[in-house]
Write a protein that binds this ligand. Structure first.
Ligand SMILES: Cc1cc2nc3c(=O)[nH]c(=O)nc-3n(C[C@H](O)[C@H](O)[C@H](O)COP(=O)(O)OP(=O)(O)OC[C@H]3O[C@@H](n4cnc5c(N)ncnc54)[C@H](O)[C@@H]3O)c2cc1C
Ligand code: SF4
Length: 333
């Protein structure tokens, strides 16, 4: 690991002003915030991330879960994943989020990992994590060996000829389905970003993963008012039952009246270059009977634009089955 300066800024304003000196935005920047450290320290040990300055934000007052005035929920950036998963309001009103969090990593990691850190975790693509290999995301312009190499776990939706990395987060899939909003404080002030607009597709700039600018600090995430009477479920399919990333996952929030779907929010994990909200699946569901045939049609719609690489074609059918099954399970809970 390269040497770096470690400081604890006394407040958010100082943290932001210091981080604003970075040449690029947070990811790969030379000045970095650190929260739980479970992504950043890993990547620093591998020399994939080599910040000169690391700013510890754990003492900033960003660790609360509070109701919002409009009936939603405000989740601080440094709230630990385990605290969020086990919060009574989250378990009651946003169970899909609790389930997604509890399906991620391990109990020990969830005790350290934070809301903002989870949103900004980086791909598990093996070439990205190996500095002996080329990788457009780590070193722009060097190439993407995954396209012809080991791509079994990589994305089939939203990829480009420059990068096919999967976004690995479980929590983000639930937040996409819940239509969360990310709140950022930066050198130019405060702004709110719809969850679906926060992560960027790789296109020809795979090193740019989010809309964050140098100095931007995620302060909190808000969830809208819970949808009364909705059924929610997170289903994760993976190579082993715990401590493993998704091959395919689905977060569903569905309302059924008189046997018909009146509202659906669908997001997929493990298959997309970003947490994958599927408005195609939602459109295919609304107004249809809440049965297996409609659910399968919605899953077909969700995966219509999927593009397989040499080893990950199985994910397309896996994701369809995952979503179909998640919807069936949701309406029977
Ligand atoms: C072995 C292992 C297995 C895992 N399995 C899973 C899994 O199955 N599912 C899953 O979803 N995740 C999994 N993870 C990933 C884990 O969820 C993330 O590492 C964790 O959520 C990151 O949170 P953190 O607080 O530790 O982030 P950190 O490592 O502290 O930070 C991550 C990034 O976020 C930036 N950052 C942190 N806070 C802020 C802020 N407030 N504003 C702006 N930038 C900020 C940092 O600069 C850094 O770029 C796994 C991790 C490991 C190591
Ligand atoms: S898929 Fe993306 S992260 Fe993986 S090697 Fe290619 S460019 Fe790098």
């Amino acid at each position: 690991m390269k040497t770096f300066e470690f400081t604890r800024p006394p407040d958010a304003t100082t943290a932001i002003a210091t981080a604003a000196h970075a040449k690029t935005a947070q990811q790969s920047a030379d000045v970095r915030f650190i929260a739980g450290g479970t992504t950043l320290v890993d990547l620093m040990k591998l020399n994939v991330e080599t910040p000169a300055r690391v700013l510890d934000i754990n003492r900033l007052p960003l660790d609360k879960i509070e109701p919002t005035s409009d009936g939603g929920l405000k989740i601080g950036a440094t709230v630990r994943n385990s605290d969020l998963a086990n919060h009574p309001t989250v378990r009651r009103d946003y169970p899909v989020l609790s389930q997604a969090l509890l399906n991620g990593a391990s109990a020990q990691l969830r005790n350290m990992a934070t809301t903002a850190g989870n949103i900004l975790q980086r791909t598990r693509c093996m070439y990205f994590r190996d500095t002996a290999m080329p990788c457009n995301k780590r070193e722009p312009g060097t190439g993407c060996p995954a396209i012809t190499g080991a791509n079994r776990s990589l994305a089939v939706l939203g990829t480009s000829e420059h990068c096919i990395a999967t976004n690995p987060s479980d929590m983000c899939v639930a937040m996409a389905a819940l239509e969360a909003t990310i709140h950022v404080q930066g050198p130019k002030g405060l702004r709110s970003i719809a969850f679906g607009d926060f992560h960027l597709l790789p296109g020809n700039t795979p090193h740019r993963e989010t809309v964050l600018e140098p100095g931007d600090l995620i302060t909190h995430v808000t969830l809208p008012t819970p949808i009364k009477g909705s059924k929610q479920l997170y289903l994760k399919l993976r190579d082993r039952a715990s401590y493993e990333f998704a091959l395919a996952s689905a977060a569903v929030v569905i309302s059924v009246v008189g046997g018909s779907v009146v509202r659906a929010r669908i997001a997929l994990g493990g298959v997309g270059a970003k947490p994958w909200r599927s408005q195609e699946a939602e459109a295919a569901l609304v107004g249809r009977s809440a049965d297996k045939a409609s659910f399968r049609k919605a899953a077909e719609a969700a995966m219509r634009d999927a593009k397989a690489q040499s080893q990950n074609g199985f994910k397309i059918e896996l994701a369809k089955r995952c979503l179909t099954h998640a919807l069936q399970m949701a309406i029977t809970t």
